[in-house]
Write a protein that binds this ligand. Structure first.
Ligand code: KG4
Ligand code: ZN
Length: 377
C-alpha cells in the first residue's frame, strides 16, 4: 500500500510518500520545507504566517515528493468545480493546486494521511483541506492522524537497508514520553494502538521551555538546538552555571510536570546576575538542560516503579537533544528496558510519521470535518 502523508500542524510544511508492506516501510519521499527563517523575527511561530506559508509551500512540496518517488507524471486530469468549495478558505492553494492537478496524472497512491491535530488550527486546516481536495480528485480515502501518535510511531522504525525500515513491535506494557514544542506527556500502552495519558505538563511543554529560556538569553528561535549547542560546549570546557535552577515538581509524587517555573527562574537569575559572560551563558544552558533532564528521568523512574513497563518509546522534537538521549540510554540500560528513540532527523516534525500512522489506521474524509473540531482525545 502506498500512502501520501501531509503535515502542516506547526511551522513545517511536509509531504512524504511511503510504501508499506506488513511491518516493512519503504520511504519513497520525505520532504520538509521549514518555515523557521520566516518566523524567526517574531521569536516564535506566528499562526497566520504559518497558514500562508503552508498554502505557498504545499504544492511545491507535493511536486518534489512525487518526483523523488518517481510518480510525477504529466498528463491531464479533470478538476471538479467542487474544489472551489473544498478550498474556499484557501484561495492561494486553490489556484496553485488546481493548476498542478490539471496538468498531472493521478499517481499510484492508495491513501492520504493528514495531521488532524493537535497543532495550530489555521495551519492544520491548510493541510486538511489540501488532503480533502486530493482525495476528491484522485478518488482515494484520507485518514486523519494524531500528530503525537506520529511522533510515537516513527520512533519504532529500525533501519534495514537504504530507505527501508521495519516498524518494530515494542514489548508491552510500553511507556511513551512525548517531548515537543507544544506537548509534554507520558502515555501508557497496555497493548498496541491504545494509549492512556498518565502524566503531562501543567503549563509549558519541554520544547517551549527550551525556546523561552533561550529567548531570555538572547538566543534565536528555535532555542532548543541553541541551548543544546552551548550546553555541549559547557560540558566539554567544564563550565558551570552562575545561576542554580529548581527541578520543578520532581518530587510531586505523581507523573505531572511543570516547566514554566524554569523560565521564571532564568529571568530572575539573569536580572540579579547582570550581563552574562559567554562562559556564564554556556554554563546556564547546561543548567537548563540538566534541570529538564533531571525532571524527565525522575518521572520515568517513578513511572517504572508504578507500571513496570518493558519498553520506553520517546518522541517529539526535543528528542533531538543529545544530552537527553544519552541520559535516556543510561536510564533504560540500568533497568533492562528496551528504548526506542527516533533518528535525529526524524525527531522534529515531518510527514513520514504521519504517513506511517495513517497506514495503520482507516478513516474517512468525513472524520475530518464531521464535528468541526480538530483535536483527538
Ligand atoms: O516536535 P516538534 O518538531 O514540533 C512540535 O510538534 O512542537 O518540536 C519542536 C521543539 C522546539 O521547541 C525545539 O526547540 C525543540 O523541539 N528542539 C530541541 C532540539 N531540537 C529541537 N530541544 C532541545 N534540544 C534540541 N537539540
Ligand atoms: Zn511535533
Amino acid at each position: 500500500m502506498k500512502v501520501l502523508g501531509i503535515e502542516t500542524s506547526c511551522d513545517d510544511t511536509a509531504i512524504s510518500i511511503i510504501e508499506k508492506d506488513g511491518a516493512r516501510v519503504r520511504v519513497l519521499a520525505n520532504i520538509t520545507h521549514s518555515q523557521i527563517e520566516a518566523h524567526r523575527p517574531y521569536g516564535g511561530v506566528f499562526p497566520t504566517l504559518a497558514k500562508r506559508e503552508h498554502a505557498k509551500n504545499l504544492v511545491p512540496a507535493l511536486d518534489e515528493a512525487l518526483l523523488r518517488a518517481e510518480m510525477n507524471v504529466s498528463g491531464t486530469t479533470e478538476v471538479p468545480e467542487e474544489l472551489k468549495t473544498i478550498l474556499a478558505r484557501e484561495p492561494e492553494l486553490l489556484i496553485a493546486l488546481s493548476a498542478w492537478l490539471a496538468s498531472h496524472q493521478k499517481p499510484e497512491i492508495d491513501q492520504i494521511a493528514v495531521t488532524k491535530g493537535p497543532g495550530l488550527e489555521p495551519a492544520l486546516w491548510v493541510g486538511i483541506n489540501c488532503a480533502r481536495a486530493l482525495s476528491r480528485v484522485w478518488g482515494i480515502p484520507v485518514v486523519p492522524v494524531n500528530h503525537m501518535e506520529g511522533h510515537v510511531l516513527i520512533s519504532l522504525l529500525s533501519p534495514c537497508g537504504d530507505d527501508v525500515y521495519k516498524l518494530d513491535e515494542p514489548r508491552y506494557p510500553a511507556l511513551s514520553l512525548l517531548v515537543s514544542g507544544g506537548h509534554t506527556e507520558i502515555l501508557l500502552s497496555e497493548k498496541k494502538g491504545f494509549y492512556s495519558r498518565v502524566g503531562k505538563t501543567r503549563d509549558d511543554a519541554v520544547g517551549e521551555c527550551f525556546d523561552k529560556t533561550a529567548r531570555l538569553m538572547g538566543l534565536p528561535y528555535p532555542g532548543g538546538p541553541e541551548i543544546s549547542r552551548l550546553a555541549h560546549e559547557a560540558r566539554v570546557q567544564n563550565l558551570t552555571s552562575p545561576i542554580h535552577l529548581p527541578r520543578p515538581m520532581m518530587m510531586s509524587g505523581d507523573l505531572d510536570m511543570s516547566f514554566s517555573g524554569l523560565k521564571t527562574a532564568v529571568r530572575y537569575g539573569i536580572e540579579s546576575h547582570g550581563t552574562l559572560s559567554d562562559d556564564a551563558r554556556k554554563g546556564l544552558a547546561r543548567e537548563i538542560e540538566d534541570a529538564i533532564t533531571d525532571v524527565l528521568i525522575a518521572k520515568l523512574s517513578m513511572a517504572h516503579e508504578r507500571y513496570a513497563y518493558d519498553s520506553l518509546v520517546v518522541g517529539g522534537g526535543v528528542t533531538a537533544n543529545a544530552f537527553l538521549r544519552s541520559a535516556l540510554k543510561t536510564f533504560a540500560e540500568e533497568r533492562g528496558i528496551s528504548l526506542y528513540v527516533p533518528r535525529i532527523d526524524h525527531s522534529t516534525d515531518n510527514a513520514l510519521m504521519i504517513a506511517i500512522a495513517g497506514s495503520l489506521h482507516t478513516g474517512t474524509t468525513s472524520d475530518l470535518v464531521a464535528d468541526g473540531t480538530l483535536s483527538i482525545a
